[in-house]
Design a protein around this ligand. Sequence first.
Ligand code: MG
Length: 367
Amino acid sequence: MKITRILAYRLDLPLKEGRYGFSGGRSIRGYDSTVVRIETDSGVVGFGEVCPLGPAYLPAYAQGVRAGIAELGPHLIGHDPTELGVMTGLMDRHLKGHPYVKSPIDMACWDILGKVAGLPLSTLLGGRQGGAVQCYRAISQDTPERMTESVAFYRADGYRRYQLKVGSDVATDIARIEMVAAGLQPGEVLVADANTGWLSHEAARVVHAIRGLDIYVEQPCLGFEENLEIRRRTHHPFVLDESIDSVAALLRAHHARAMDAINIKISKYGGLTIARQMRDMCVAMGIAMTIEDSGGGDIATAAIAHLAHSTPEAFRFNCSDCNSYVALDIAEGAPRRVDGMIEAPSGAGLGVSPDMKLLGEPVISIQ
Ligand code: MG
């Protein structure tokens, strides 16, 4: 089988909340997502999606996705998309770094492999493990009162796990965490995610102030050493996200006992191939995971659901249903959250059929 054509579509996905704010005054007003369609000489077609959370979250940006695909695409024509390891090597040889560019291509190749095999990706990624996957809801940064209201709103919508966006001034962040924690119900899980927003003296004050609360602390500082220092000063279970950007970073952090859980964002690692590798290493090393991506709609959410559903239940700390943050459905068969949970689609490959009319004209076409 050979790749004959690579198409990319730009998709503006409006946020249901209108805005999403996180540390450092950063915010986005919508998702600028890119959908990739890979066509083959056998007629099988695969889809992938990547959506950076604006240009200032990870070293990734939406225009960069499209520029990278235009750069990389011509090197992939004529190659077999079902040979995932070969494809990964090929992409790394022709474009150094830029894993987010490679992610939707890798995802589309997995979709093709699943369709050729007649199996859902959850089977190819290890097999469906247990029941539906619990999702968390990210609570956009706002006043303590509004964030508490937001948690109540999403509780009524079925969620039981909340990730508070903190990482601004210390006093306000402490108030946010304390106010939300005071209203938690039995069985609920709360994470305070600073998204690298605190310096170590600020993080030290926050973890000291909230020391009596049953709450997870996520990525308080930017640098690995600062995070490790805070980890050693607190008894809170500790999550690393932005710091774990590679296999090497995971191994180093595990060796230092720097965290209890990590966030696996598929595009941070260049697609499902390496994300699965990271997932399997975490299982082997006893590290729990949040399985997610930086954003996206139905296609990205399907990929997340397949990876999450094929992860042993004990290791599934959280999962993100990105598509429920946006006001536009783009694919039939995509996971839809029920009672705060999603399931991997049962169809072959990703198990989704994108609405080609909605995608419109491609912004890139390589053949
Ligand atoms: Mg995070």
